[in-house]
Ligand binder design. Structure first.
Ligand code: URA
Length: 226
């Protein structure tokens, strides 16, 4: 097969072709998409179309050094969108955000507030390609990549964005202040509420931060569930 079958429409047509050959027997759209609203289908299609559109990006030098472009993962209609800084080594290798040690801890924290990475949560990074040796993203890289994140936010339309760590917080808030001063408030990111909490890698380095992070996540849970 020369292309990937990603959208429900493609999958449906492929299945029909396998069952009936090249003759197309159309049923009403209500039957085709039973259980999935057209709005949800549009969101799934738009996100995967957008990924296909930008995944070969060469707007900054990280395009040359990446293994995989790490677009984002999760529920296209999530109420909660988590934004990290940039892919690390594991994420670069697997093409998915937060799959390394920090990601495993993030999954545990999400479970503790009754959420899962593919159910009511969408996860992305400010930068879609791994900076060499995991250095902080450069302002020039952020400038090129942040519009991609903005478009993902426009498509998902989450109720709340949570920036994970100082670098993501600084980028989204456009303020370079200590992380402890970014926490504890709800900001506005182009019309979407935004909160900032610790990066899970910081919790691995300093387990003493787990208690305040848990306070943040309880507020996050209440915000998105109410
Ligand atoms: N750290 C991040 O900020 N993002 C990832 O995807 C992985 C680790």
């Amino acid at each position: 097969m020369g292309y990937q079958v990603t959208s429900p429409v493609h999958r449906y047509l492929k299945q029909q072709q396998e069952l009936f050959g090249d003759n197309l027997y159309l049923s009403s759209p209500d039957n085709i998409f039973a259980g999935v609203s057209q709005g949800e289908n549009d969101k799934i299609d738009s996100l995967s179309d957008f990924n296909a559109e930008i995944c070969h990006c060469q707007k900054c030098p990280l395009g040359k050094t990446r293994t995989n472009f790490v677009f984002g993962v999760g529920d296209p209609k999530a109420n909660l969108m988590l934004v990290g800084e940039a892919p690390g080594e594991q994420e670069d290798m697997q093409g998915e955000p937060f799959v390394g040690r920090a990601g495993k801890l993030l999954d545990k924290i999400l479970r503790a507030i009754g959420k899962y990475r593919d159910n009511d949560v969408y996860i992305a990074n400010v930068i879609k390609c791994r900076p060499p040796n995991n250095r902080d993203p450069l302002p020039s890289e952020v400038e090129k990549c942040e519009p991609y994140l903005q478009r993902q936010i426009d498509l998902v339309k989450p109720k709340l964005i949570v920036a994970l760590g100082r670098v993501a917080g600084k980028t989204l808030l456009k303020q370079d202040i200590p992380l402890k001063d970014m926490r504890g408030q709800t900001y506005d990111y182009s019309g979407t509420p935004l909160r900032v909490t610790y990066h899970p890698a910081a919790l691995l380095r300093n387990p003493g931060l787990k208690a305040p992070a848990w306070e943040d996540f309880k507020l996050i849970r209440d915000f998105v569930n109410n």
